[in-house]
Design a binder for this molecule. Structure first.
Ligand SMILES: Nc1ncnc2c1ncn2[C@@H]1O[C@H](COP(=O)(O)OP(=O)(O)OP(=O)(O)O)[C@@H](O)[C@H]1O
Length: 268
């Protein structure tokens, strides 16, 4: 489970300040009814009637993150790369405290915010209401939300082609939804901001705006994690990159070096 640890500030101000420490983190999902027939309602009912405890029968384990350790520092933008299913989203969810660790620990300075493509906004409400809800959910006051409302809408670019902000969010394209979610999350300064694929969905103009905002967030002393399948986004935004494969940390180093090795291995 993620914990908040008080990490002392450096006296000189030049020392690197850690914001996230992952110490030998293992994460295991338990999938109920994962194999043939065992997942049906009648099978579950007969198990209950037999009094099975469930852990051994019909429960499959997926060991998604295997012994990952690293330390992230204030001011860093860190890319997370790896092929599909390598454990990137799982690791971010654990850092955000949304998933328990099987063993090992995550220490964080402050509350990390995870901005995923599935960030919980309400499809039936208008973009306008979602900006307000999202702002309040991130801990802004009503006054702060009111002050930043126009900036958020302008940043998202939602209204560039008409008055879309007053339409329900379910009517937005996936790119429009992702832009609004990013604009809401980026309106606040975060200690640790984690972005899961959000940039890949916006168009080029929006990507450039987001990359600028990520650079600003870094200057404001936060740490940014970015999961992306776009090597160009990682290259433009991150100076350090972690490469995960089958849940293990294969490489951790300067972005150029890690991407070169990744591109050689995967051919892209
Ligand atoms: N809710 C879940 N229940 C069970 N297994 C899961 C769950 N979410 C992910 N997994 C498994 O955990 C492993 C890592 O998945 P994860 O989504 O973290 O990978 P990823 O690197 O983010 O992938 P992608 O690049 O495709 O988004 C995969 O084997 C996946 O099947």
């Amino acid at each position: 489970m993620a914990e908040t640890a008080k990490i002392p500030q450096s006296a000189s101000g030049t020392e690197r300040v850690p914001t996230v420490i992952a110490d030998d983190v293992h994460i295991v999902y338990r999938v109920h009814g994962g194999s043939g027939g065992k997942g049906s309602a009648t099978a579950a009912l007969s198990r209950i009637l037999r009094g099975d405890k469930g852990e051994s029968r019909g429960v499959r384990k997926v060991h998604a993150v295997r012994g990952v350790s690293f330390t992230a520092y204030r001011g860093e933008a860190i890319g997370l790369i790896g092929t599909n299913g390598s454990g990137k989203s799982t690791l971010l969810r654990a850092i955000a405290g949304l998933l328990p660790t099987e063993s090992g620990r995550v220490y964080t300075d402050g509350q990390p915010s995870l901005l995923g493509v599935n960030a919980a906004l309400m499809g039936d409400l208008t973009g306008e209401r979602n900006v307000i809800l999202g702002g309040l959910a991130m801990g802004m006051s009503r006054e702060e939300v009111r002050e930043r409302y126009q900036d958020i809408v302008d940043f998202s670019g939602i209204n560039e082609k008409g008055d879309f902000i007053t339409l329900p969010m379910r009517t937005y394209s996936s790119g429009m939804g992702a832009r609004l979610r990013f604009a809401i999350a980026a309106a606040k300064d975060h200690d640790v901001l984690m972005i899961d694929e959000a940039l890949a969905t916006g168009d080029r103009k929006f990507q450039i705006r987001s990359e600028e905002r990520i650079r600003e967030l870094r200057k404001e002393a936060g740490t940014v994690f970015l999961v992306s399948h776009s090597n160009a986004s990682i290259r433009d935004t991150c100076d350090r990159t972690l490469w995960l494969e089958k849940g293990e940390l294969l490489m951790d180093g300067p972005t150029d070096e890690v991407l070169r090795a990744y591109e050689k291995e995967t051919g892209r």
